[in-house]
Design a binder for this molecule. Structure first.
Ligand code: RB5
Length: 150
């Protein structure tokens, strides 16, 4: 799912609406030897997405984790929470093109998906693409520097 230069410190979080998808993604990463820290939620019992979104976003913002994955029903709430944090570039990607470009042009460090929007197979493909696609830097770094300074 990732090459030798792929991210080594990955953290994943979800809400109840995406619990099953989170388990699927985590199992797939573990099967491929990709280390992943799961910060919940741990069941389909209703909970509030900002609680796990905050945990993942804080740890990516601080640099403790290189990449994060956040999933909820639509992906919208998790995106909104995560992008409040400095140095977080959370990208809602429910298609493969967005997943590729979020890495190549935006250097996204949190992948967000909607568990009620896409199926498991597409989500696995999006994750795989997102983990292995490199940032192109150059003019894109200049653009990231500009919005980092806002
Ligand atoms: C939960 O019902 C739902 O609102 C949540 O998973 C997410 O879609 C929020 O943006």
């Amino acid at each position: 799912m990732t090459d030798a230069s792929g991210p080594q410190r990955i953290i994943i979080g979800c809400d109840h609406a995406a619990y099953q998808l989170k388990e699927t993604l985590k199992t797939a990463m573990q099967a491929q030897g990709i280390p992943v820290t799961d910060v919940g939620t741990y069941s389909e019992a209703s909970m509030d997405y900002p609680d796990t979104g905050k945990t993942v976003a804080e740890k990516v913002s601080s640099g403790e984790y290189e990449r994060g994955i956040l999933i909820c029903g639509t992906g919208l709430g998790m995106s909104m929470v995560a992008n409040k944090y400095p140095h977080v570039r959370a990208a809602l990607c429910n298609d493969l093109f967005s997943a590729t470009m979020s890495r190549r042009h935006n250097n996204a460090n949190i992948l967000v998906m909607g568990g009620r929007v896409i199926g498991d197979i597409l989500a696995l493909e999006i994750l795989s693409t997102w983990l292995k696609t490199a940032f192109e830097a150059g003019r894109h770094q200049r653009r990231l520097d500009k919005f980092d300074s806002i």
